[in-house]
Ligand binder design. Structure first.
Ligand SMILES: Cc1cc2nc3c(=O)[nH]c(=O)nc-3n(C[C@H](O)[C@H](O)[C@H](O)COP(=O)(O)O)c2cc1C
Length: 199
């Protein structure tokens, strides 16, 4: 029932999003490259917060794998994800803020859908990341913050394993992020990641 409601809201969001999306088009991402990156143990040894980034645009290959790692569909037959959610509520909603605009990530078809054109990327201590990932939730209130944490750690580990840097932020410029993401009613931002290449 909740998923049906989300589907209906999604339709509304998409049609509403397209209005502000300008020339942005849906971006079908590349299938995940399961052979890449350092081993899990190496990634754990490298995991750290990084707040300075190279001035470099993220490649589609890296963007595709980063989002799949964060909360992609890893068991399509069961419609299940790389990050667990309490009672399999799958309440995570990911927004990606790129230089050209903001997109919503849909795991089921591994595609970015336009939300709004324009550069709304948020800096950290004067450093501009290649992108931001906003981890938001819709419902599952008791566990929403816990479930967001798993996605955050997936992002940290992907970055550590693949020569990228990230910081998760519990505080951010709410006005700017709300403006960028046009969250539908009931969608609550929980964490904002800065992500970029190492300097
Ligand atoms: C829930 C949470 C919120 C955080 N919020 C911020 C933040 O708003 N700004 C920031 O610069 N770092 C933030 N951090 C990053 C922490 O400062 C960082 O994880 C901590 O200093 C430990 O460093 P490490 O990640 O390299 O182990 C946050 C981390 C967590 C887990």
């Amino acid at each position: 029932m909740k998923r049906r409601l989300f589907g209906a809201l999604l339709g509304l969001t998409l049609s509403a999003g397209v209005v502000g999306a300008g020339e942005l088009k849906p971006m079908k991402l590349e299938s995940p490259d399961l052979s890449r990156g350092a081993s899990l143990m190496k990634a754990l040894s490298l995991r750290q917060t990084v707040r300075e980034y190279a001035d470099k645009t993220i490649t589609k290959r890296d963007l595709s794998d980063l989002l799949w790692a964060a909360d992609g569909m890893n068991r399509p037959k069961e419609q299940k994800l790389t990050a667990p959610t309490a009672m399999n509520q799958q309440e995570i909603r990911l927004y990606v803020i790129l230089p050209e605009g903001t997109y919503r990530y849909q795991a089921s078809d591994h595609t970015l859908y336009p939300v709004k054109a324009g550069d709304y990327r948020q800096p950290i201590r004067g450093n501009m990341p290649a992108l931001n990932i906003v981890i938001a939730t819709e419902g599952n209130e008791k566990w929403a913050e816990t479930d967001s944490g798993y996605v955050s750690q997936n992002i940290y580990l992907f970055c550590a394993a693949n020569g990228m840097g990230t910081v998760v932020c519990g505080r951010w410029n709410e006005e700017a992020v709300n403006e960028a993401c046009d969250f539908p009613q009931g969608v609550v931002p929980r964490l904002v990641h800065m992500v970029g290449y190492l300097k």
